[in-house]
Design a binder for this molecule. Structure first.
Ligand SMILES: [Zn+2]
Length: 88
């Protein structure tokens, strides 16, 4: 099941439980802001350093395979896009 389908199912479940769409949107936006703040506190500014197997030595994601994106790098990009969207 895709993440988008999981999200759609979660919204459908909340609607089924009697929540209105406006309350659901506020709750989810609040949660996203909270998660972004947590991510911002956890993510490191340093650049990735890959070993010859593809693992990122800098951030401890040693199990990555060649060509996989380091989660720290992906999180930095996500936060960067978010901050641009918020006009920071
Ligand atoms: Zn990394």
């Amino acid at each position: 099941m895709s993440d988008q389908q999981k999200a759609a199912d979660a919204v459908a479940e909340m609607l089924g439980a009697g929540h209105d769409i406006h309350a659901i949107a506020i709750e989810m936006a609040f949660e996203v802001l909270h998660l972004r703040r947590l991510l911002d506190a956890i993510v490191e500014d340093s650049d990735c350093r890959f070993d010859h197997h593809g693992g990122c030595q800098e951030h401890g994601f040693l199990w990555l395979e060649q060509g996989e994106v380091c989660p720290n790098h992906e999180a930095r990009e996500l936060l960067s896009r978010t901050q641009q969207g918020e006009g920071k």
